[in-house]
Every structure is written in C-alpha cells, then in structure tokens.
Design a protein around this ligand. Sequence first.
Ligand code: ADE
Length: 225
Amino acid sequence: TRTLAIIGAMDVEVALIAKTLENVQEHTRAGVTIFDGTMPGTDIRVVATVAGMGTVNAAATTQHLIDVYEPECLLFSGIAGNLTDHLHINDVVLGKTLVYLDTDMRMISQSAPFTNEYHSDAHLLEVASTVLSEMSIEHLAGTIATGNTFVEGEAAERVKELTGADAVEMEGAAVAHVAARNEVPVLILRSLSDNADTEYETFHEFDVSVYADNAAAIVLNIVKK
Ligand code: ADE
C-alpha cells in the first residue's frame, strides 16, 4: 500500500484529518502522537501528526515520520499570515519556494541539500492547483517565509521587504528542508488566517479552526486525487 504523511503544527490543523481517517491507530513516539489510518474510499495509508510549532518541532517530526513510515510524500497542512495585497483570509498559498526568515544561509547551505531555499514538489503543486481550482478557492503558488517568531504589527512590512514572500508561518521551510535532505517530495499548503499585522494577544483569541479546516479539507482532496 501507498503511505502518505500529513503534518500540521497545531491541534486544529490536524483535527479534521484525524477525524476523517478510518481504522485509526494512535502511536506516541518522539514527542508526538501519530494518527495512522486509511483514507476513506481508498487503500492509501495516511500518517498524520501535530508537530508542534516552530522549526525544531517541524524538523524533528518530519525526520521521525520519514524514518518510521517511509512515506512517498509529505503534505503540510496549516495556516499562515498573508503578506500580499491581493489575497484574503481563507485564500491559499502553496509554498513553491520556502525560505527562512532568521537564518544565515551562508552557513546552513554548506550542508545537504546545499541550497539557499527549498521547494514543494512540482507534481504535488500541480495536483494541489487542480484541486484548489475545482474547489473554487483563490490560490497562488509562491514564496513562504518561515521563522520562529509570530509576525505581528509593524513586523509584517519588514518581512515583506526582507523576503518578498507571499505568506509567513513557522514550519514550512524546516519541513521542506528535511524533506530535501531525505529526497522525499513535499507540499507546503497554507490557508491564510491573518494579515501578519495582528497583535498576538488579539490573534490567539481568534478561532482559527475555520482556516485550519479549510487547509485540511484541501489536503484530504489532494490525497484522494
Ligand atoms: N501563522 C499564522 N499567522 C502567522 C503569523 N502572523 N506569523 C507567523 N505564523 C503565522
């Protein structure tokens, strides 16, 4: 059987996926709980887990999933802050390119995969675009910036200038980085939850489950496709 891995950072980002899978077994290892089940109507095995937020949690979880389950690809499902003028909340950014916000790539690129940026797999991007068009969801395949900081207030403008990214979040580049080291195809998909200028105190009162579920529903359709 084929095995696909799905990663989110927060509980809300994986909730719909865990609920949708059939014959789910839960394994707790490496600091995470893995929902190991079957995609309904298929014989595809899906292993889904909440990595925790930030690059270290994302990297450790990605490597664990690769080592233990040997998935044919990794799909990241989650929310991000919008940095564009033309996209809106609940639109989707696909991470065609992923860059770190706060990392000196002169140093990091000296080890595998020896690059300054990371990429989602071309075929997965194509499948994702088709699914998004079929679902009539506004989307673009662009650049996502990843850092270990929630981007709020004035910082959004600085991140835009620094990276030219379309969206900002806290895990994508780390997942794509580890995927590249292991030569496993990856797709980073983000539903926009804010414009990266909302103060954290306000943001963390928001119910982001609408946006997280939006991303999860798309990723489930990508698995089916
Ligand atoms: N995820 C969702 N919104 C974000 C933001 N503004 N900064 C970092 N990660 C995010």
